[in-house]
Design a protein around this ligand. Structure first.
Ligand code: NAD
Ligand code: USQ
Length: 403
């Protein structure tokens, strides 16, 4: 298949280009290279060195024996996007090209407005461009499990049957996102659902959990083919941050009580699931939702796992509770479905600790790079729009109830 990836230079986009190419697909992609700038803006760099796009493309050609058709450009530049799609004529589009950080979207008015404008209008442009030049193609749109929030109910895959005042309907499950970033994804989901309804586009909206990991097998040993791995408060996600902290003997930064539960999945499972979605398109006019994660854990369980794995390879790992810079529930019910991908053949990895061990071993050689930026590890972006660094609050934290 001919697969177009928006956001191909990103944490997920770069490995996905390789995973799909290794399976015989023809890949093209676009990226503004914004992610490189955002991480610099928040005072950090990737723990794993990121090569220039030219070096990445040269390595890609050497390993896979064909060029990757790449254009640097913005989804907000509609004529550029439309013309690129008209030239490539994709069978499928994987849309990863958005600003992905909740804390970054909460910094101030400017960052909130940037996030929503970039994400919502970029996605809207992609829908219009598909309608104009490739209406038969399949959009695999990356949403997030965070669109649902943490309701005190089981979470279905996008839709559920409701009975209200004696009548029944099959409706979108309520969204209760927890940041301006997560709300941008809700707005995208609504627009995508609407475009399928009125124009007959076909789309899979993937509610993806938090991804972790440093590699997929396809990357081999060439450092130019590796993906980035961030550890700052904005672009470093929980397990990725914990592993970087473990490597430099910095306490793992558990926010608040640590009972916040999310769906998590290793990068290799994320690639497997996105590929399954690409290779099994829905009917024209169908908008379907997949929940995509491997298992649900609370962040304390994850920190304990990183500690255990770290200790098994000689790292001395401490864990501390820090004031939670976010406004979120710190202990709650969380039980989402994830049957659709299993039905398509998804085989979860299930060995989170093995993945953590690989990560730690990959990160140890880059200890000096992480140490160089260790000052940015304590969060200071608050959900109320102020900024101050979180203090350790171990004494004030009540234990999480088990069961
Ligand atoms: P990323 O920032 O590494 O990748 C996004 C890429 O898109 C970046 O390279 C960025 O430069 C590019 N981009 C952003 N805006 C663009 C625009 N207007 N035009 C062209 N390119 C643009 O993020 P990621 O972690 O790879 O996430 C990719 C997608 O997956 C995002 O939509 C994110 O919301 C979603 N997601 C990620 C995770 C995770 O844990 N990483 C989990 C759930 C969902
Ligand atoms: N957390 C800590 N300590 C840290 C970092 C995070 O306790 O050092 C906690 C947070 O408070 C939160 C949980 O871990 O409760 C997850 O935080 P995160 O930063 O790993 O993930 P999140 O902000 O939700 O965002 C990430 C990606 C985003 C994606 C989302 C999937 O950045 O692109 O949409 O995961 S989900 O969480 O399912 O919505």
């Amino acid at each position: 298949m001919r697969v177009f990836i928006a956001g191909i230079d990103g944490y997920l986009g770069w490995p996905l280009a390789q995973y799909l190419t290794a399976r015989g697909h023809d890949v093209a992609g676009v990226d503004t290279l914004f992610r490189r700038q955002w991480v610099e803006e928040v005072g950090s760099h990737s723990a794993i060195p990121v090569f220039s796009i030219e070096e990445r493309l040269a390595a890609f050609c050497e390993r896979y024996g064909k060029d990757l058709l790449f254009r640097q450009g913005d989804l907000l530049d509609y004529p550029f996007l439309r013309d690129f799609l008209a030239e490539f004529r994709p069978d499928a589009l994987v849309h990863l090209g958005e600003m992905p950080s909740a804390p970054y979207s909460m910094i101030d008015q400017d960052h909130a407005a940037f996030t929503q404008h970039n994400n919502v209008i970029g996605s809207l442009n992609l829908l219009w461009a598909m309608r104009e030049v490739c209406p038969q193609a399949h959009l695999v749109k990356l949403g997030t499990m965070g669109e649902y929030g943490t309701p005190n109910l089981d979470i279905p895959e996008g839709f559920f049957e409701v009975e209200y005042r004696g009548r029944k309907d099959y409706l979108p499950f309520p969204r209760q996102a927890g940041s301006f970033y997560h709300w941008s994804k809700v707005h995208d989901s609504n627009n995508t659902m609407f475009a399928c309804k009125i124009w007959g586009l076909r789309a899979t909206d993937i509610m993806q959990g938090v991804v972790f990991g440093t590699q997929i097998d396809e990357m081999g040993d060439d450092p130019r083919l590796r993906s980035r791995l961030d550890f700052d408060q904005c672009f470093g996600t929980a397990i990725n941050r914990f592993c970087c902290q473990a490597v430099i003997d910095h306490p793992l930064t558990l926010y608040g009580r640590g009972g916040q539960t999310r769906g998590f999945l290793p990068m290799r499972d994320s690639m497997q699931c996105l590929t399954l979605a690409v290779e099994n398109p829905p009917e024209a006019g169908e908008y379907r939702v997949f929940n995509q994660f491997e298992e649900c854990y609370n962040v304390e369980e994850l920190a304990n796992m990183v500690q255990e794995v770290g200790q098994s390879i000689g790292l001395d790992v401490e864990i501390h509770h820090y004031e939670n810079p976010r406004q979120e529930m710190e202990e709650h019910y969380f039980n989402p479905d994830r049957q659709h991908l299993i039905d398509l053949g998804y085989q979860p990895t299930h060995d989170v600790k093995a993945e953590m061990r690989i990560m730690l071993q990959d990160l140890i050689p880059h200890k000096a790079r992480i140490l160089e930026k260790h000052g940015i590890l304590i969060p200071d972006i608050r959900w109320d729009g102020t900024r101050h660094r979180s203090e350790i609050i171990d004494e004030q934290v009540a234990p999480i109830e088990v069961g």
